[in-house]
Design a protein around this ligand. Structure first.
Ligand SMILES: [Zn+2]
Length: 255
């Protein structure tokens, strides 16, 4: 999407800024579209867009430079290098590819029932964040439930609490942010994954303080989608702050 169009969509929805977190994946599975970008080009596009904004928009709206790194346990060194070599405002760490497959295309699920499929995904997130400290935000922890073939559409704390606790504790103790990715909680055909508030409640219990809101838009119609819906849900879990990052420094705001 042209950045200017994203800004216009965000302004019309009452947002005061956007953090553009383009995908950057490593070791892309065969036959899958490559998601990488040139960070320098991203920076110059943002710069150019800011210069061309009307003064009243430019003075009150922030465009921040981010990346959504596709984490994989065997790519930790590449991930760290990407972060070290670029001065991003925000680094989101997400798991898109697992065991050489892209769950979006379905192969990942074939050998598994939902417990193994979701559980192994969470274990792999753990393996990544255990070795990689360069993220500010953990992105869509339940991405794996979006495109799954099972009637069980939701990752519940009651079923996956042991591995979720390891992830949540690590994030909380290192001051990281938990993303509410609103795209996951929309209908996918007949399925509509739910957000289990117990997971966020546990994050708070471990000392976690911040959430970020991500619409994972990929198209203009979904920029900032459903943020309002999730604010009271987040507050009901004891979380007081949403956060964005500038030059990797958390900027919390009371919800
Ligand atoms: Zn993602």
């Amino acid at each position: 999407m042209p950045i200017r169009d994203i800004v216009d969509a965000a302004v019309s929805r009452g947002l005061s800024g956007v953090s553009l977190t383009d995908h950057y994946d490593f070791e892309i599975p065969e036959g899958v579209k490559s998601f990488t970008f040139d960070p320098k080009e991203q920076a110059s596009e943002i710069e150019k867009t800011i210069m061309e904004l009307p003064v009243e928009v430019a003075s009150s709206f922030r465009i921040l430079r981010g990346v959504e790194i596709g984490m994989q346990p065997q790519c930790v060194e590449d991930m760290a290098r990407l972060v070290a070599e670029n001065d991003f405002d925000t680094v989101v760490g997400s798991l898109h590819f697992i065991d050489g497959t892209d769950p979006f295309h379905g192969n990942y699920y074939l050998p598994y029932g939902y417990k193994e499929a979701y559980g192994h995904y969470l274990e792999t997130i753990w393996k990544c964040i255990d070795k990689f400290d360069g993220l500010d935000i953990l992105g869509h922890y339940d991405y794996i439930a979006r495109y799954a073939p099972y009637p069980e559409t939701t990752i519940y704390y009651s079923e996956f609490g042991d591995i979720l606790d390891m992830i949540l504790k690590k994030l909380a103790q290192n001051g990281k942010t938990f993303e509410i990715n609103t795209k996951t909680y929309m209908p996918f055909g007949e399925r509509e994954p739910q957000f289990d508030t117990m997971i966020l409640t546990r994050f708070r219990e471990f000392g976690g303080e911040f959430v970020s809101f991500g619409s994972d838009a990929h198209d203009l119609g979904r920029v900032g989608a459903n943020f309002e819906r999730f604010i009271p849900i987040v507050k009901s879990c004891g979380i007081r702050y949403s956060v964005h990052y500038e030059k990797r420094v958390a900027k919390p705001e009371l919800l």
